[in-house]
Design a protein. Structure first.
Lengths: 484, 827
């Protein structure tokens, strides 16, 4: 009855023997500089598109965990300490700052010169590195010596959906692959029975923009991010239909495999071998994915470290899942947490709303760093924290305290995977309006992330519509000063 | 120093004589074993090298051009650069181009190391020989109009069913390759049905075809399929990929939109075989047609399918311009196979399209308003007015009734703040009059609201009476269209493509490299002029691009593989003469899509078996030469449709508002707005996949999981992926389980009493053909196994539970069949 293991073994052998080359080796040859893959659609049939492969140079990081703070966190309440803002609190910003600038809500925001807003949050230096962190993030403050703060990140769009797309795909135009798709296209994934690019979501709502943020654009859809869902079934359609027993499912899979192999012999089409392997991996996912999300094996100390309440989906449990995913070889994990869009409305302000979202994430972020480090995973894992843009030094005139979207200078942090710990890099000007030192454009950050993974952002290309496209479009420069 | 331009040879596909020389186009151009005197083919061998390695810096982009040298035109390459020239025909050693690529000192060598490009020794040698042979130069093939090439002669004349076959066979024969045999009849009917109408044939249709012994039985089949209303659904859906059709606005808010009338227009246009020139003009400029019909207005929805950003605090003009940019780029790739979008921010790096060209083209599409219009037939309007009059009359007959008025007063007093707030504007205005002082005419709207909302028992019969009248009220759908502005806005050149940096005003015009616009008058050229220009028979691109897309659908790959790029960076055509022959034929047959379909479908080339051939594995691994058909995985929608046909559940209704088949829980929560998805329970639950409501932020997983495009930009060519997530969906999704059980029920109800007969029927329903002995045997084993698993030994055989066991066993068979590679593949 239980005949599946030998069958699957033979399928696997068949698959790797007959089809071990293909797209993987094609991408590889393009990576190695034999010229870009000529035709975008010429993916060789029968290849496993997610097979791990070497990049352009030795990597410093194997995996990425991107903690995406959706909505645009205020650097002024969290990391970018600006005494001048407090000194000139409530003074109109000098008009020279605003000339030619574009903001969201232009019609109301610029009616009268907006006034500078000094934060009401207390700041202090922390750790041996002396990094500035406000009272909002007491746990993050304890791990600053493991973090690399980037105080001079800037981007281009001023609205949420376009800015999120820009951060993920390097452009506001639709149809381009997201960063996780580029990375798995470039170097595949070590995970044998889990997706290579996973998206996790927490907070009151999904991220603005939806599926395009983790899409594969013109790359084959095998590279698109797989959103995990809350609850017992993290992957869509992971569980058998309730009417089907495990024995039924095995029997069905055996028959499907046998009949597909019979067809493979008749037609000789290696695409069928890929299909057989896909069913095999689907079968393995049915046990590996529930095992992944089952936190029963985690110690109480670990759950406490993250602040996880068992059974309640949260950013904290997503952080732990992220660690479990990279442990199992998933290449790129992206966590979205909403909502950081603190304009000053009743539920979106820099008072209690900011407190709420900081409580959501602070402990878990610090726990993730601590946990990865304790397990020796931090060296191989690049952790990224940040949103699609920052916020204005000026306040908005609304019911409560708040700030507008601002792309010109904001703060992010990185940790692990080949970046210098305890470093604060770059600076904004006195009011935090623009970059004063060492500007880091989003394309620079993307180039750096790819570099750490062993990929040259100018060589990781894909030919589409007659052009070799890349994540960083026509820009990007590796920020070498932050490399360990 | 002067150079005369070398005589330009005829494009080689004009003469059968030269055909021999360019036959190997389908092979990689470099690295072949070489005879020294062989004439070098500029288009196939030299232009790709120049285009890939030189033209980015020495090309059309005037702002970036290095050393004043231009290598994308003969004039540029031969120009006197002050005592020397890049190319001196006949003299490689006097040609700066050759000297620099062959330079030994790395610092002087071209291309420079920091360009990331380099030339191989073979490539350098090819260029040397080409210059030595006189450096003959040809214009890029795609910018000259197609001309009908003569038919090549072939030996095996019996294989040729129509001219297509001669073009395919001639190069095969030259290399001694035989085409494949015709596929068997069951495969043929399944292939043609899936390709033409997107539905597999029923067993009855298969039987009829197998029994049809007329010599032209296959042609009759094709005619039947092309006449089916499902043909419009199948080919309409392909066109909707180009149109980026969806049922919501995209971006963060992703509000629903109503534009399914456009989708239905596309389906209908295919079904009535609207010629492609009219099809084009209606969609790009239907509103500008003299006496435009409502149908032609609906067609302009093509360019209204762009996403709309409704996020708070945006600059609307920015996103209006982004949608016009998308329309320009879409028009370029869909109709012309040109990557015109590359010229938004700078002159095109490879093709002769300047940034000025871009914004002149932009100007055509920048002067439209974007209204939403109701679309009602005169009958609908008359019926609506009639119903409204009847309701008015009914209300007038009761709204002086003192008892009812008293109750109305009580209802008003009972409304709290929120209750008053939710009333319509009209009602709230009427509330400004105290009840006692309200004129009866003003009170009518409040009275109507009271009848509509109150729980008073006295009201119920009246509400029912009005509801009965409303039953006849027609629903009048709206759709999104384009309408030219009365006063056209001025279009500015945008510096670096940035909408905040307008430059000089520009007037609409077409790219200079293409034929000029012909205009009836001196008036400002309009979108209508643009649309007519696109479908001028002399346009070098439109017909070629259109026939190539058809070819792509039937063989999985176009004659030009980069169907969206016919420019110099695109792949050269595998069968250039065939492409031109088809393009000319298409135009001369009145742009009739059905005529072209019929031509391809009835060719021997199309009818070949798709079995892989070991003898071709080395010489033509990707089957560019078409010595066989290709096996193609079905499109997302067709996998669903095929399961619906096999199970007998399909609701065949064509057109109408989009529908909500079941989808797994939790899909909608990945969008910002967390919208709901309530699955249809009636016949709409089983509509074809193309009618599934498409939310851009949270698309149905069975669509995008099988490579349906995300509808944010024009998709002219879907990828075909093969992933474990697809396996999970087909194995476990509740919708597919439902199909499998229905298939099982059907087999139990319609099949013969014996297992073998039932298995045969199930197999035919899912895969069109009957099982071979091995397949029959394997499924019998599964059936026995399942019966053992599901029978309860404590039960006697006559109880309903044994019926259930039987149903479960056959459902297992059905699940297996619906998960086979063959089920989701067009052989």
């Amino acid at each position: 009855m239980n005949e599946i293991p030998p069958l699957l073994r033979s399928t696997r052998r068949h698959f790797f023997e007959r089809c071990g080359i293909g797209l993987g080796s094609m991408a590889l040859s393009s990576l190695l500089g034999d010229g870009p893959a000529r035709a975008s659609s010429a993916a060789e049939p029968g290849a496993n598109p997610l097979a791990p492969r070497a990049g352009h140079h030795a990597p410093r990081a194997k995996n990425v965990i991107f903690l995406f703070m959706a909505g645009g966190p205020s650097q002024f309440e969290l990391f970018d300490h600006k005494p001048a803002l407090q000194r000139y609190n409530d003074q109109p910003i000098p008009p020279s700052y605003l000339e030619g600038k574009r903001f969201a809500f232009m019609d109301t925001f610029n009616k009268e010169p907006p006034k500078l807003l000094g934060t009401r949050r207390k700041f202090a230096r922390h750790g041996e590195s002396g990094a500035w962190v406000s009272e909002c993030l007491p746990h993050t403050a304890k791990v600053v010596d493991d973090l690399t703060f980037l105080k001079s990140v800037w981007t281009e769009p001023v609205n949420h959906a376009p800015a999120k797309l820009f951060f993920n795909a390097g452009t506001t135009q639709f149809g381009r692959p997201s960063m996780g798709a580029w990375v798995t296209y470039g170097i595949g994934s070590e995970a044998d029975d889990l997706p290579g690019f996973v998206v996790l979501q927490s907070g009151p709502r999904g991220p603005r923009g939806g599926a395009v943020l983790w899409g594969s654009g013109f790359l084959p859809t095998a590279y698109q991010g797989v959103p995990f869902r809350g609850g017992a079934e993290p992957i869509l359609d992971l569980s058998r239909p309730p009417e089907v027993s495990e024995a039924d499912q095995r029997a069905a899979l055996n028959a499907i495999g046998d009949l597909n192999r019979h067809r493979l012999d008749a037609t000789g089409d290696p695409e069928i071998a890929t299909r057989i392997a896909s069913y095999e991996m689907a079968f393995r996912m049915q046990s590996s994915a529930p095992e992944l999300i089952d936190l029963a094996g985690e110690s109480q100390a670990t759950l406490d470290l993250y602040g996880i309440e068992p059974g309640a989906p949260s950013f904290a449990s997503n952080c732990l899942l992220a660690r479990r995913l990279v442990e199992r070889g998933t290449r790129f994990v992206q966590l979205y947490h909403t909502n950081w869009d603190h304009h000053g409305g009743p539920t979106e302000n820099l008072e209690d709303s900011l407190d709420t979202v900081c409580l959501d994430v602070d402990r878990a972020c610090a726990a993730l760093i601590t946990d990865l480090k304790a397990r020796g995973l931090l060296d191989d894992t690049l952790v990224i924290w940040g949103g699609e843009f920052g916020r204005t030094p000026m306040g908005e005139v609304r019911e409560n305290t708040g700030r507008n979207h601002h792309p010109d200078a904001f703060t992010m942090w990185l940790a692990g995977g080949g970046v210098k710990p305890g470093l604060t890099f770059g600076a904004s000007d006195e009011f935090g309006f623009s970059v004063a030192e060492d500007p880091i454009h989003v394309h620079d950050l993307q180039a750096t992330i790819l570099h750490l993974l062993g990929l040259d952002h100018t060589k990781l290309t894909y030919r589409f519509q007659g052009r070799d496209f890349r994540l960083t479009d026509v820009g990007g420069r590796v920020v070498r000063d932050i490399l360990a | 120093m002067t150079h005369t331009r070398p005589p330009r040879p005829l494009p080689p596909w004009w003469t059968p004589l030269l055909l021999v020389a360019i036959g190997p186009l389908v092979l990689p151009a470099h690295g072949r074993p070489d005879e020294p005197d062989r004439p070098i083919d500029f288009a196939a061998e030299i232009r790709p090298i120049l285009s890939d390695s030189c033209v980015q810096c020495h090309g059309p982009d005037a702002a970036q051009r290095a050393a004043g040298l231009r290598l994308d035109t003969a004039e540029g390459a031969l120009a006197d650069l002050g005592g020397y020239a890049a190319i001196v025909p006949g003299s490689p050693d006097e040609s700066e181009l050759y000297l620099r690529i062959a330079e030994e000192v790395a610092d002087f060598r071209m291309p420079p190391p920091d360009s990331g490009k380099s030339l191989s020794a073979d490539q350098i040698e090819l260029i040397r020989r080409w210059i030595a042979q006189g450096a003959p130069w040809e214009e890029h093939w795609a910018f000259s109009p197609p001309r009908r090439p003569p038919l090549p002669t072939v030996d095996d004349i019996r294989w040729v069913r129509n001219p297509i076959d001669a073009f395919v066979l001639a190069p095969l024969e030259r290399d001694g390759i035989a085409p494949s045999a015709e596929a068997d009849r069951a495969t043929l009917i399944r292939r043609a049905s899936l390709d033409v109408i997107g539905l597999p044939p029923t067993p009855a249709e298969v039987r009829a075809f197998l029994d049809d012994d007329r010599p032209d039985a296959y042609e009759h089949l094709i005619d039947r399929l092309l006449a089916s209303p499902h043909y419009g659904e199948r080919w309409g859906r392909r066109w909707l990929d180009n149109a980026r059709y969806a049922d919501s606005n995209g971006y963060s808010i992703d509000a629903p939109r109503e534009i399914w009338l456009y989708r239905d227009w596309v389906i209908d246009a295919f079904n009535r075989d609207l010629p492609f020139d009219d099809f084009t003009i209606d969609q790009l400029a239907g509103d500008l047609r003299p006496d435009a019909s409502i149908t032609q207005l609906v067609a302009t929805g093509f360019h209204r399918n762009t996403p709309i950003n409704q996020e708070g605090g945006i600059d609307r003009e920015q996103f209006r311009i982004e949608s016009v940019i998308d329309r320009v780029n879409t028009t370029g790739s869909v109709w012309m196979g040109l990557t015109i979008g590359c010229a938004q921010c700078h002159d095109h790096k490879y093709d002769p399209i300047s940034q000025q060209d871009y914004f002149r083209f932009f100007a055509f599409l920048n002067t439209a308003d974007e209204p939403t219009i109701p679309v009602a037939s005169p009958d609908d309007i008359a019926r609506r007015d009639e119903v409204n009059r009847a309701i008015d009359d009914y209300l007038a007959s009761i709204d002086r009734d003192p008892e009812l008025l008293e109750r109305q007063h009580a209802w008003e007093i009972g409304l709290d703040g929120a209750g008053r707030q939710k009333q319509s504007q009209e009602v709230r205005e009427a509330f400004d009059f105290p009840f006692e002082k309200r004129p009866p005419g003003t009170n009518r709207v409040v009275f109507a609201a009271f009848i509509d909302q109150s729980d008073d028992p006295l009201v119920i019969p009246h509400r029912d009476a009005i509801a009965a009248l409303k039953k006849d009220l027609p629903t009048i759908p709206t759709t999104m269209v384009v309408r030219e502005q009365r006063t056209p806005r001025t279009t500015h050149f945008l510096i670096a493509g940035d909408f905040t940096r307008p430059g000089d005003p520009v007037e609409p015009n077409v790219p200079a490299v293409l034929p000029p616009l012909s205009q009836a008058s001196d008036a400002r050229p309009s979108r209508l002029d643009l649309a007519r220009w696109l479908v001028d028979p002399d346009h070098p691109l439109t017909a070629r691009v259109a026939v190539n897309r058809l070819w792509q659908a039937y063989f999985g790959r176009g004659i030009v593989e980069t169907d969206e790029d016919f420019g110099t960076q695109g792949t050269p055509p595998s069968h250039p003469e065939l492409l031109d022959w088809l393009a000319v034929e298409f135009v001369e047959r009145g742009w009739s899509p059905k005529a072209l379909h019929r031509l391809i479908l009835t060719s021997a080339t199309y009818r070949q078996s798709s079995r892989l051939r070991p003898d071709l594995a080395q010489i033509d691994p990707t089957n560019r030469r078409l010595a066989r058909q290709n096996r193609l995985r079905l499109d997302a929608e067709l996998i669903r449709d095929s399961a619906l046909v096999a199970s007998g559940l399909l609701t065949e209704t064509v057109g109408g508002p989009s529908v909500f088949p079941p989808q797994p829980e939790g899909v909608m929560s990945l969008g910002q707005m967390n919208r709901s998805w309530v699955a249809d329970t009636g016949p709409d639950r089983f509509r074809r996949g193309l009618y599934t409501f498409f939310w851009r932020a949270t698309p149905h997983p069975l669509l995008v999981g099988f490579d349906a495009p995300d509808a944010t930009f024009a998709c002219t060519r879907r990828t075909r992926s093969n992933t474990p997530l697809q396996a999970l969906m087909l194995l476990n999704d509740q919708a597919f389980y439902e199909f499998a059980r229905a298939l099982a029920d059907r087999v139990l109800a319609e099949g013969p009493p014996d297992d073998a007969g039932k298995l045969d029927l199930a197999f035919r329903l899912a895969l069109t053909r009957g099982p071979d002995p091995i397949e029959q045997d394997r499924l019998s084993t599964l059936l026995d196994q399942q019966r053992r698993l599901h029978s309860d030994p404590t039960d006697d055989d006559s109880t309903p539970s044994s019926e259930q066991a039987e149903r479960a066993a056959w459902t297992a068979i059905a699940r297996v069949l619906l998960n086979l590679d063959e089920f989701m593949t067009r052989e």
